[in-house]
Design a protein around this ligand. Structure first.
Ligand code: SF4
Ligand code: SF4
Length: 449
């Protein structure tokens, strides 16, 4: 990213002309427009604290965030400029909460945001932001646009303006405990089947354990060999560990959809399961946003510091490597690692997977932008659930294919099952001949005798 790439943007003009053509927007409930707008305003006022207000005041409209966003870069459409995705919320802030709000209201400056405009913004707040935070890293004013978009989603949820697929998986997760139907009964059946089929002990509901391991429903339903890999690694290391039917689902669609109550419910299941078995460590699965939800927001949901440590599985593996406990057979292949945004960029655990890959003796082929600057797979933040966003997501995925093809690795790996799913889908769509794999599964395959 260089200064030559930058271009000033005009946030005001064309102000409300970014409605995507032929887009059908989703609404939950049968409220009137005024009720929706009032609910959005209330949620916005409740969630936008001092930090958010400073962010909204600080933008110097330099346009640098545009070049950081995969949706802008691959479409060239100014509506995908990150800060513009917050335009209606900036307007609410100015009129309702900013230092000159009284002045704006008195002189009727600027158009009032309407429910219809909020509805139009649904496509930007949900379809066109993976909450990847790349724009946040690039912004010279340090404006955390990803966090602001996440807050704006709270207002959208309150207004009943969430894309229906995302709303449905979030509601299902709240009702059944899993967005993909991985209920406790399904988990028990899968564990029994996997344990027998693979001749591996997978402890479930042990009364006491040092480690509570958790899963992503994508692993349970789509990549079950990840569970076998987890068991093989933890058993080999002689850990006292368990899975728990009380709290196993680490994905958090309450957070992604913008419903704090549902987010808390999902997090509390994990926290209470860890407390119940006396775990000293809770291991999060190969899932990016699960890391954000529990590692960074878990204590807020709990209301005090968590009495156990929270590690992403890649951090756990790296620690075991560092301590000399995890012995691995050399892989002898070139590997490109795709950084999950929420673990590497937002989470800071950039080096953990690389330590593990070095322990595997892999020839690490980094893409041009990797680590904290990695480009998102395009499917994070719940975008992969939204069908109408597929064409946009595929455009973003073109960056990934070009980057990886330029490095031509023998093995492609990541530590997020949602990224893996996005890669599988992109691979099928483009008939791309590279398969994304799991770092955990790679490690399990290379366990030394
Ligand atoms: S959000 Fe940051 S990078 Fe984007 S226009 Fe404003 S100051 Fe520039
Ligand atoms: S968080 Fe990522 S997807 Fe969202 S606006 Fe920023 S760069 Fe784009």
């Amino acid at each position: 990213m260089s200064g030559a790439d930058l271009h000033p943007i005009d946030l005001e003009s064309p102000r409300f002309s970014i409605k995507k053509p032929q887009m059908r927007f989703d609404r939950q409930g049968d409220r009137t427009d005024d009720e929706r707008l009032a609910a959005a305003r209330r949620a916005f006022a409740r969630d936008f604290g001092r930090a958010a207000a400073i962010y909204l005041e600080a933008c110097i409209r330099c346009g640098q965030c545009a070049e950081a966003c995969h949706f802008y870069v691959t479409t060239g459409d100014p509506c995908y400029t990150p800060i513009r995705k917050l335009a209606p919320f900036q307007e609410i802030y100015r009129r309702e909460m900013g230092p000159f709000a009284w002045f704006y209201r008195l002189l009727r400056l600027g158009p009032e945001v309407t429910a219809a405009q909020l509805e139009e913004w649904q496509a930007l707040i949900y379809d066109a932001c993976t909450l990847c935070g790349r724009c946040t890293l690039i912004c010279p004013m340090g404006i955390d646009i990803a966090a602001l978009v996440a807050r704006a989603r709270h207002a959208m949820f309150a207004a009943g303006l969430v894309p229906h697929e995302l709303w449905a998986v979030a509601e299902r997760a709240e009702r059944e405990g899993s967005p993909l139907g991985a209920t406790p009964t399904v988990l028990k059946e899968r564990i029994a089947w996997l344990a027998e089929e693979n001749e591996v002990d997978i402890p479930l509901d042990r009364e006491r354990a040092d480690i509570l391991a958790t899963l992503s429903s994508i692993e349970i339903m789509k990549y079950p060999q990840s569970i076998v890999a987890l068991a093989r690694v933890l058993n080999r290391l002689g850990e006292s560990w368990t899975l728990s039917t009380q709290g196993y689902e680490a994905t958090n669609f309450g957070m992604l959809s913008g419903n704090t109550a549902w987010q808390r419910d999902m997090s509390m299941k994990l926290i209470e399961a860890a407390l119940a078995c006396g775990a000293k460590t809770l291991i999060l699965p190969e899932c990016g946003h699960a890391y954000e939800a529990l590692r960074w927001e878990g204590a807020n949901m709990y209301g005090r510091p968590l009495p156990f440590q929270v590690l992403h599985i890649s951090e756990y593996l790296a620690t075991a490597v560092r301590e000399g406990r995890l012995k691995l057979k050399p892989l002898g292949k070139s590997v490109t690692f795709h950084d999950p945004c929420q673990v590497s960029r937002r989470g800071g655990a950039t080096q953990a997977p690389r330590e593990v890959l070095r322990a595997l003796g892999a020839e690490l082929r980094e893409t041009q932008d990797s680590g904290a600057l990695n480009w998102c797979c395009g499917g994070g933040g719940g975008v992969v659930t939204i069908h109408r966003a597929d064409p946009l997501r595929y455009r973003a995925f073109e960056i990934k294919m070009a980057q990886i093809d330029a490095r031509n690795p023998e093995v492609l790996t990541t530590s997020c099952s949602n990224c893996r799913q996005s890669f599988d889908d992109g691979r099928a769509h483009f008939r791309w001949d590279r398969r994304m794999g799991s770092l955990l599964e790679l490690v399990a395959e290379q366990l030394a005798d």
